[in-house]
Design a protein around this ligand. Structure first.
Ligand SMILES: Cc1cc2nc3c(=O)[nH]c(=O)nc-3n(C[C@H](O)[C@H](O)[C@H](O)COP(=O)(O)OP(=O)(O)OC[C@H]3O[C@@H](n4cnc5c(N)ncnc54)[C@H](O)[C@@H]3O)c2cc1C
Length: 156
């Protein structure tokens, strides 16, 4: 408990570690719909992904951005903010971002867990290239923050 409290710089106050171990399987979970019945799902409620490639929070932030955009446009148009056609726009706005990110994270996760030598070699070469080649590293960082097609779509 003391070690955990020290490591967290006491920002959570007094830490008491519960005895026993807890397992959290690295899983991918997605709802069938992102919005329905006047409810819009954002963050971890809309997508659970393994912590690979630091994508979970970024996806959640983009959920918030898209929801704010859908709601503000609906408000400006005098629409009911929870109306089915309004929240359906949020679902449509989020679908491709969440699905494409989840797919990439799933592939990366499987490559990590795989014992197949070709898969491990491919992954090692990819990581080496990203680590050693500046433009590729910057591209990976940029795409990690937000997919470029999103900006292109907004500009268009
Ligand atoms: C080990 C790990 C490393 C990660 N690293 C990164 C990273 O580097 N970059 C990145 O972008 N993302 C990362 N993520 C993902 C990121 O942490 C999540 O995407 C983000 O925290 C989701 O935010 P959220 O607010 O939606 O959900 P959460 O952070 O899960 O917050 C939900 C909150 O609701 C509370 N809660 C739950 N049920 C109830 C209830 N019934 N009543 C009241 N409160 C309730 C919970 O206690 C919790 O505080 C990582 C995740 C893990 C597990």
């Amino acid at each position: 408990s003391a070690a955990a409290e020290r490591q967290s710089h006491s920002i959570f106050g007094r830490v008491h570690v519960e005895p026993g171990r807890h397992l959290f399987p690295l899983a991918i979970e997605r709802p069938q719909r992102y919005a329905q019945n006047r409810v819009a799902l954002i963050g971890e409620a809309a997508h659970v992904v393994p912590p690979i490639g630091a994508q979970g929070l970024n996806l959640g932030l983009r959920d918030g951005i898209d929801l704010a955009s859908v709601v503000s446009k609906a408000k400006a148009a005098g629409e009911d903010l929870g109306a089915p056609q309004v929240i359906a726009r949020y679902g449509a706005a989020r679908r491709s971002d969440i699905l494409s990110r989840t797919f990439v994270i799933d592939v990366a996760n499987r490559s990590l867990l795989s014992d197949l030598v070709p898969m491990q070699s491919l992954r090692a070469v990819g990581m080496h290239l990203i680590g050693g080649f500046g433009p590729l590293r910057r591209l990976a960082m940029r795409e990690g923050l937000a997919p470029s097609w999103r900006n292109a779509r907004k500009a268009g």
